[in-house]
Design a protein around this ligand. Structure first.
Ligand SMILES: Cc1ncc(COP(=O)(O)O)c(C=O)c1O
Length: 407
């Protein structure tokens, strides 16, 4: 091991710890006979439209997440928009969102005519309950925490705050199929939550989404919105509810998702096992802190393995670290380049808030200085591969002084 540590960095002409061409990481998405059989079954049946498979997937996914109702839809983005529309917000109404997330969390609010208000994340990389409470105004109607990287936001504190101020919680659960808080899956920990099944996600049909809730009326509204504003039981040409859209998934999508869901639990257990191994292996690395868990999180999906790198303590910048680690065979990213409040789309949005004045220091630090993460597919490899990830990180740290002036 010490010879690996002392070897020249691949970035500087040395041998990489892992030659990805010879020993590739697990790929994603994956499939086997289950997907093939399900897809062929639907294909040959000729029944491609919004029927049995969709209903079966919705029932199975609701059960998997311990929710009472599931309404499928075409993407996580659509799920967020439908959930926000179902809240019946008025212009000027505010929804509190974290700035460390994918764009769709906040544009769902904008597109539905309301105003996203950014409140910082904390060490969990998720919405900071204290910052969220401080951001509440008389116009606030909802909190929208994101379970970033499958780490569940502090739902106990967020629910207490929401109750105190008469707000609802919509979870952006687009990273958290299988994550549980005190034994209950994400998605219906507040009023509702929305999920993504896009290609990189832990279950995937290329694209796809779902909204979960325990509230039958809310589910019915979401169903109506996703199904052209149809009234349940009202027939195909009767629309007396919300202004709807067509956000239905096909039977083919549902058939794929059913197959994907059938191996999710096993994969989640493997990711948890490997992440625990890695947490332990990295505990001695100075200046590198894996995203912390929480004992109330009784299962964690590990969509990502996020880490925070303190450049001073680690010995080099996060950018130099990531470039060197990639050259050693670890596909790692520095993540979101901007916190959402710095995205031009919000600066351009005609809202009462001047987003250029928003300050969220933790999210800014994660974007500009300290955040790194890799994708869950690596956590489907073996323990020896996890040891190799740790070896790469240690090798880069040992050589960090030589990386100083690269960026
Ligand atoms: C946190 C978060 N929210 C929402 C979305 C949107 O999901 P989709 O890509 O299915 O529209 C994503 C997808 O990457 C996401 O990561």
């Amino acid at each position: 091991m010490s010879s690996t540590l002392n070897a020249r960095l691949a970035l500087h002409g040395g041998d990489p710890v892992r030659d990805e061409a010879k020993r590739p990481w697990p790929t994603w998405p994956i499939h086997d006979e289950r997907e093939r059989e399900n897809l062929l079954g639907v294909l040959e049946s000729g029944a491609w439209w919004y029927g049995e498979q969709v209903a079966a997937f919705e029932a199975a996914f609701a059960k998997h997440q311990d929710a009472l109702h599931c309404v499928s839809c075409t993407s996580g983005t659509t799920g967020g928009e439908v959930a926000v529309q179902a809240l019946n917000l008025e212009p000027g109404d505010e929804v509190i969102v974290p700035p460390y997330t994918f764009i769709a969390t906040a544009t769902a609010v904008l597109r539905m005519g309301a105003t996203p208000v950014f409140a910082d994340v904390d060490d969990s990389w998720c919405l900071d309950p204290e910052a969220a409470e401080a951001a509440i105004t008389p116009r606030t109607k909802a909190l929208m925490p994101v379970h970033f990287g499958s780490r569940v936001a502090d739902m106990d504190r967020l629910r207490t705050i929401a109750d105190r101020h008469g707000l609802v919680i919509i979870e952006d659960a687009c990273h958290s199929w299988g994550s549980k808080w005190m034994g209950k899956g994400t998605g219906a920990l507040g009023l509702a939550g929305f999920f993504s099944f896009q290609a990189s996600k832990n279950i995937s049909a290329g694209e796809g989404g779902a909204i979960l809730t325990d509230d039958a009326e809310f589910a019915e509204t979401c169903r109506s919105i996703t199904n052209c504003g149809r009234t349940p039981g009202g027939g195909p040409w009767f629309h007396d509810g919300a202004i709807g859209t067509n956000a239905r998934i096909t039977e083919l999508t549902a058939a794929l998702l059913l197959a994907q869901l059938s191996r999710l639990q096993e994969q989640t257990a493997l990711r948890e096992h490997n992440a625990a191994f890695l947490d332990e292996a990295l505990s001695e690395v100075e200046g590198l802190t894996p995203q912390a868990g929480d004992p109330r999180m009784t299962q964690r999906a590990y969509h990502l393995y996020p880490m925070r790198l303190d450049p001073e303590a680690f010995g080099c910048s996060r950018e130099n670290f990531a470039a060197a680690a990639r050259a050693e065979g670890l596909p790692i990213t520095t993540g979101y380049p901007l916190p959402l409040h710095a995205q031009p789309v919000f600066k351009n949005a005609a809202r009462a808030i001047d987003y250029t004045k928003v300050s969220c220091p933790v999210a800014e630090d994660l974007c500009y200085r300290s955040g790194v993460w890799f994708h869950h597919r690596l956590l489907l490899a073996g323990e020896n591969d996890m040891a190799e990830i740790a070896a790469i990180i240690r090798k880069v740290q040992r050589n960090a002084p030589k990386l100083q002036d690269q960026h």
